[in-house]
Design a protein around this ligand. Structure first.
Ligand code: XUL
Ligand code: CO
Length: 435
């Protein structure tokens, strides 16, 4: 049975007006010595693409997906069929999943785990048939009411144990599917009020849960990269994994920094009051840029709208950081994005993915050109050139003391600064995008 009423999507070039064709994503086109496919490592998100039907706090779903029907096992298998048909038709080489996306919970934990075994066998067959791979897996420790007070940070030790068991199984399934990464997004790992919260115990416990995961991965030979996905708020008012720098200081305190990288999500960055590029940049310079959840928010709204990315400007600056990172390595670009509630037709899913993939393909091409021409780099290098010689070099080499700096300042107290040229650089960036 075919779920999607269109043929394989082809690359038709930038002048195409066919909504069901790529205008920029040409998977085998070489950019900076690698194919676009290798640079971008696109992944489909199981949850938004196959599970979501457009329900929100005010209304029921508007999409009526033909694969979300029947008993637990047949609905889960239909979802697998639909997902692999979709990825094949759109040439999406990877997928990402939460344990609870691929199959619903059974009547108890043991039965749920059996269901996971059944559906992961089926997914594995489809992977072998199509060559499509798993970018990452994760455990959904936020949806069920047992996680009302958190998972690893719950005040209830039984919940901590349950979360550990769930994560153990999710790591096993991710390993079975050859997942290249495993993600922790702490959906309920935060708090609503300090009046009832012991932040110290919650953070100690959360770190311990991560340590147990690292130990277990070693034990079973799971070699995927562990990733943490920072988010400042939503669903809890204050999420512990606020942003990259907050997560880094947490990991360093508990000696976990060697085992984790970041999964940076665009809309989470903007919720934290940062640009997407800021989060990618801070992750990159700390060697923890692991993977990307590519979406965009609505700047007029204060929540996580998870829209498909269409902003070429942001995609260019994101890909600029990725190129400077030497690529995404084991990571990729997952579309943690959902179609709008009003876009309820199956075809809208394809149009949305094409838009996102084209946006990042165009961003990659522009960023590669900026990088090759050193269009921004030379300006930045020159801006800091005072550190290449004299007193600047001494500072850079950390070879001075306050007395020496005072002596220098006394002799050079007529300071001359140069323009930061922000508008010029923005113009240059625009010219590269227009080309
Ligand atoms: C929620 C979010 C999640 C994670 C995986 O904001 O981004 O879908 O990506 O749990
Ligand atoms: Co995400």
């Amino acid at each position: 049975m075919e779920y999607f009423n269109f043929k394989k999507i082809n690359y038709e070039g930038k002048n195409s007006t066919n909504p069901l064709a790529f205008k920029h994503y040409n998977e085998n086109e070489i950019v900076l010595g690698k194919s676009m496919k290798e640079h971008l490592r696109f992944a489909m998100s199981w949850w938004h693409t196959l599970c979501a039907e457009g329900a929100d706090q005010f209304g029921v779903g508007t999409a009526d997906r033909p694969w979300n029907k029947g008993d637990i096992i047949s609905a889960a298998k239909a979802k697998v069929d639909a997902g692999f048909e979709f990825m094949s038709k759109l040439s999406i080489p990877y997928f990402c999943f939460h344990d609870r996306d691929i199959i619903a919970e059974g009547k108890n934990l043991a039965e749920t785990n059996e269901l996971l075994d059944i559906i992961s066998d089926y997914i594995l067959e489809k992977m072998q048939e199509t060559g499509i791979k798993c970018l990452w897996g994760t455990a959904n420790c936020f949806n069920h009411k047992r996680y009302v007070h958190g998972a690893g940070t719950s005040c209830n030790a039984d919940v901590f144990a349950y979360a550990a068991a769930q994560i153990k199984k999710a790591i096993e399934i991710t390993k079975k599917l050859g997942g290249e990464n495993y993600v922790f997004w702490g959906g309920r790992e935060g708090y609503e009020t300090l009046l009832n919260t012991n932040t110290e115990l919650e953070l100690d416990n959360f770190a311990y849960l991560l340590k147990l995961a690292v130990d277990y991965a070693k034990k079973i030979g799971f070699t995927g990269q562990f990733l943490i996905e920072p988010k400042p708020k939503e669903p809890t008012k204050h999420q512990y994994d606020f942003d990259t720098q907050t997560v880094l200081s947490f990991l360093r305190k508990y000696n976990l920094d060697a085992y984790f990288k970041m999964n940076i999500e665009a809309n989470h960055a903007t919720l934290a009051g940062h640009t997407f590029q800021h989060e990618l940049n801070l992750a990159r310079i700390n060697n923890v840029l692991g993977s990307i959840d590519a979406n965009q928010g609505d700047m007029l709204l204060g929540w996580d709208t998870d829209q498909f990315p269409t902003n070429v400007y942001d995609a260019t600056l994101a890909m600029y950081e990725v190129i400077k990172n030497g690529g995404l390595h084991k990571g990729g670009l997952n579309f943690d994005s959902k179609v709008r509630r009003g876009s309820f037709e199956e075809e809208d899913l394809a149009i949305a993915y094409i838009a996102g993939m084209d946006t990042f393909a165009k961003g990659l091409k522009v960023a590669a050109k900026l990088y090759e021409d050193k269009a921004l780099e030379l300006f930045v290098e020159n801006r800091y050139s005072s550190y290449n010689s004299g007193i600047g070099l001494e500072i850079k080499n950390q070879n001075v003391d306050f007395e020496a700096l005072e002596q220098y300042a006394l002799a050079h107290d007529q300071i001359k600064n140069e323009s930061g040229k922000q508008e010029l650089l923005e113009t240059i960036l625009n010219q590269y995008i227009y080309k």
